[in-house]
Design a protein around this ligand. Structure first.
Ligand SMILES: [Zn+2]
Length: 416
């Protein structure tokens, strides 16, 4: 009798869970899923792998992307700070070439894309649309001609800085270094005059201006000067995890008011204050040894790198938060900046600490199910997954079209 009763009581519950899973599955496979920051090219440049085989990079390959229903990843053309004034444009071109080679190797699964229309066409054709964004404005080597050539090569966004302040824009700095001091990254107090010209020329071209990594003053200047809406390609919310790479509620609101989007980074420190605090405590602990190595091998960069890598290794694996934190950040942006302003830019292959339960590109369907479970409408979920980004990208194109009569900027960098 009791068993019968239990079964009777459980049936409606199970049916409801089943319903939700079916509804989420259907919605997810019909939806456009965009991810604006994936560091696969950097990993593939170190160790070439066939992306059709599982485990090609830490967090990406075609089988896992298919499982995750991923429609459109932005491959990051990440130019490390060490390339500044030392072959930065060459590095960018090599990673653009690498991206082309990856796509060319898998024509049945991948197609290069450069517009919202391309992304929708890829979805129709059952393919994954690969787009490109440059990370680190030093990649254009202070040349508007190089910027334009990057656009012609297919690049559709540029993160104005990486962790290094360049010749025309301040960065929020290298927060992961034990002697990190944000004041050291302040050179221009935001964008320099040339920096403002770079942003305006990006608007004219239709290249998305990305304010992840830049300083608060640079964000302020970009919002004032940009003639198109702007994006944070892989940043989360400071109200939840107070770290320099995340955005304040005011910034979230201002980006949204301008028609921009904030794409949530899933690094555990970006998501969870406790994890970030632990990380900062770890840095303080390693600081004396870090400074000793820095001083001892100032004349021997190879040895310094070796010693630093060993020091990092001794710190052990970074702590990881739970995947539902991703949903918390998404909901925070919706609350503060509205439902049109948020998406996913997880930073896979660029972070060592994705949350437990959201380890790679196969996991996006969890977000869909959890957002539905929390009562978001199907239309809202589709916005988060990709429609917000595509609508934003279309607004950037519309701003470009309005500037069609403007000649290319001819400013030459002379601030050095
Ligand atoms: Zn980054």
């Amino acid at each position: 009798m009791r068993h019968w009763l239990t079964a009777f009581l459980l049936v409606p519950l199970l049916a409801r869970a089943d319903d939700l899973a079916t509804r989420a599955g259907k919605l997810h496979s019909a939806a456009i899923v965009v991810d604006t920051h994936l560091d696969a090219p950097d990993q593939l440049a170190r160790t070439w792998a066939d992306v059709s085989s599982r485990g090609a990079t830490d967090h990406f390959d075609i089988p896992r992307a298919r499982q995750g229903g991923l429609t459109a990843p932005f491959f990051s053309i990440y130019v490390a700070a060490s390339y500044a004034d030392q072959g930065a444009a060459r590095r960018a071109l090599e990673l653009i070439d690498l991206t082309h080679r990856v796509v060319d190797e898998h024509p049945r699964d991948l197609v290069l894309a450069a517009s919202p229309a391309d992304v929708r066409a890829a979805k129709q054709a059952g393919k994954i649309a690969v787009l490109m964004g440059i990370e680190g404005g030093h990649a254009i080597e202070d040349s508007l001609g190089v910027l334009r050539q990057m656009y012609r090569a297919g690049v559709r966004y540029m993160t104005l800085t990486h962790t290094n302040t360049n010749h025309w824009a301040d960065s929020s700095g290298p927060f992961y270094e034990p002697d990190f001091d944000p004041k050291k990254s302040v050179v221009h107090g935001g964008l320099s005059e040339f920096g403002k010209t770079v942003v305006k020329e990006m608007n004219r071209l239709g290249m998305i201006v990305d304010i992840s990594h830049v300083s608060d003053a640079t964000i302020r200047d970009v919002l004032a000067v940009s003639r198109a809406p702007v994006m944070a390609s892989h940043s989360s919310c400071r109200a939840i995890s107070n770290m320099p790479r995340n955005l304040t509620d005011d910034q979230l609101r201002q980006i949204a008011q301008k028609g921009g989007v904030v794409m949530i980074n899933v690094g555990s420190g970006f998501l969870d204050q406790k994890v970030y605090d632990q990380f900062v405590a770890g840095l303080a602990k390693m600081k004396p040894e870090y400074l000793r190595i820095k001083a001892a091998y100032a004349q021997d960069p190879a040895r310094m790198r070796e010693e630093m890598t060993a020091l990092m290794k001794r710190q052990g694996k970074p702590p990881r938060t739970d995947w539902t934190k991703v949903v918390e950040h998404i909901e925070h942006v919706i609350r503060v900046a509205g439902e049109d302003a948020v998406g996913i830019g997880d930073d896979f292959d660029g972070i060592p600490d994705p949350p437990v339960g959201f380890e790679d590109v196969s996991m996006y369907p969890r977000l869909t199910e959890e957002l539905l479970r929390r009562g978001h409408s199907e239309a809202q979920v589709k916005k988060v997954l990709g429609e917000n980004f595509l609508a934003f990208f279309a607004r950037v194109e519309a701003a470009r079209d309005k500037l069609a009569g403007e000649p290319p900027a001819t400013a030459v960098y002379t601030e050095k």
